[in-house]
Write a protein that binds this ligand. Structure first.
Ligand code: CO
Length: 153
């Protein structure tokens, strides 16, 4: 495993669309393991592959002190609307208030190519919306209604 460098805002790769994973092989597992180690080091809630410069639809989200590995996610349903502040490992110096749905249902593939579904609510749902936006080249600051400082004020 290896810590990978996190790409910062201003790098054009963050604006590109990630492609679906087609082969669930050792190269993918290496990427997942590296992303987990990288996320663990920087103590973020989530990390998308594009943030380490790989344009694949791969996301890691911290979940009950473990890491959920999400490949080729597809949102099935959302509901509600809520506002909270969020930040990004690729955006330094500020956070922003962003409108997101309250709940998310999505399907995804695990590292072995097995299809699964997942439901999340509240701030946990927000983390998925944020990460899935990365796969479309979207950053939270594109959507924020107000910029706040790193304490969320
Ligand atoms: Co982010």
């Amino acid at each position: 495993m290896a810590i990978r460098n996190i790409v910062k805002m201003g790098d054009s790769v963050l604006r590109k669309k990630s492609k679906p994973v087609e082969v669930f092989d050792e190269k993918l597992w290496q990427l997942l393991d590296d992303m987990k180690q990288t996320l663990n080091r920087v103590q973020g809630l989530g990390l998308s592959a594009v943030q380490v410069g790989v344009l694949k639809q791969v996301v890691i989200v911290e979940y009950e002190e473990q890491f959920l590995e999400i490949i080729n996610p597809k949102i099935l349903a959302t509901s509600g609307k809520c506002y909270d502040n969020e930040g990004c490992l690729s955006v330094e110096g500020f956070r922003g208030i962003v409108e997101r749905p309250e709940t998310i249902d999505f399907e995804y593939f695990d590292r072995h190519g097995k299809k699964k579904t997942f439901h999340a609510e509240g701030y946990f749902a927000r983390v998925f919306f944020h990460e899935f936006d990365h796969l479309d080249g979207i950053l939270f600051c594109d959507k924020m209604i107000r910029r706040v400082n790193n304490r969320g004020e």
